[in-house]
Design a protein around this ligand. Structure first.
Ligand code: 6GU
Length: 280
């Protein structure tokens, strides 16, 4: 997979040299190219922003540097390992980080991990002149995405988040393909529940034991215990995830556990939390 990132803070993307993503790059599984937007300015001050039309606070990123930068990146474009095969022209997906975007979810990470080429455009200030996004949306698959309900000063940290979420899904990057299956938010298996607690050696630490079931050797009991822990954790931290599940998401034992956690089943089969959620 090829990733291009155009930014006024290339050094902000240094973490992409570390850990899982850094190793995938070193192995050649990931081709990451970070570009300085100011390379496509032509004035002495390398100006990338200007005042907003219509007035108001802050500055807006000028369309010209972005247009030249994206044209140059697109022209450089043959992504290795694309569906068309190495050396064939491929169009990237343009990922535009913005707090006004659609939520970045595990589902989108999975979708993007199947693409041969992603181009990210992290912005500073109040964002990029709208015409840039409209222009490239006529030629490319453009995704405006937000990583959560809070406002950051720029899109670079969201790019780090998204690249890590996507890269760990690439074949060979995590090492163990099984590791994805039980991910909190992985579509399927643990059906959108948060993961419960995990333990390792030693069996006693500062007077604290581990749950006995985990050393019982009863794989069925262990799976059931983990499922109950996931239901309790999800009830405490993300009750909305249970509320949106259809009745088919839960077996008989799940329903008993949910009831103990304060959930009641409505006439439509969905669960609602009666009274206070159980505190963790
Ligand atoms: Cl993608 N950008 C900025 N600036 N703030 C955000 C965000 C993105 N997602 C959540 N907050």
């Amino acid at each position: 997979m090829r990733l291009d990132i155009v930014t006024i803070f290339p050094e902000y993307l240094e973490p992409l040299n570390v850990s899982l993503v850094g190793k995938a790059r070193a192995r050649g599984d990931l081709d990451v190219r970070v570009h300085d937007l100011r390379a496509w300015t032509h004035d002495r001050h390398h100006t990338v922003d200007d005042t907003p039309y219509g007035g108001g606070p802050g500055m807006v990123m000028k369309p010209d540097p972005w247009g030249e930068a994206l044209d140059a990146v697109l022209e450089s474009g043959t992504a290795e390992g694309g569906a068309e095969g190495p050396g064939q022209p491929v169009q990237p997906v343009l990922v535009v980080p913005t707090p006004s975007g659609r939520p970045f979810t595990q589902e989108l990470a999975v979708e993007l991990s199947g693409k041969p080429w992603l181009v990210f455009t992290p912005a500073r200030y109040e964002g990029i002149d709208r015409r840039v996004i409209d222009e490239y949306a006529e030629r490319l698959d453009v995704r405006e995405v937000s990583i959560g309900d809070y406002v950051l000063a720029g899109g670079e940290a969201p790019v780090l988040v998204m690249v890590e979420a996507v890269a760990r899904l690439l074949p060979g990057v995590l090492g163990n393909a099984e590791s994805h299956r039980d991910d909190s938010f992985a579509p399927g298996a643990m059906a959108d529940l948060l993961e419960g607690p995990v333990y390792t050696k030693p069996p006693e630490w500062r007077g604290r034991d581990i749950p006995e079931v985990l050393v019982s050797g009863h794989h069925g009991k262990i799976a059931r215990w983990r499922r109950d822990q996931a239901l309790a954790r999800t009830t405490a931290h993300r009750p909305d995830l249970i509320g949106r599940c259809g009745p088919e998401a839960f077996d008989k034992h799940d329903r008993a556990t949910l009831e103990e956690l304060g959930w009641r089943q409505g006439t439509d089969g969905r669960f609602w939390l009666s009274g206070e959620a159980v505190e963790e």
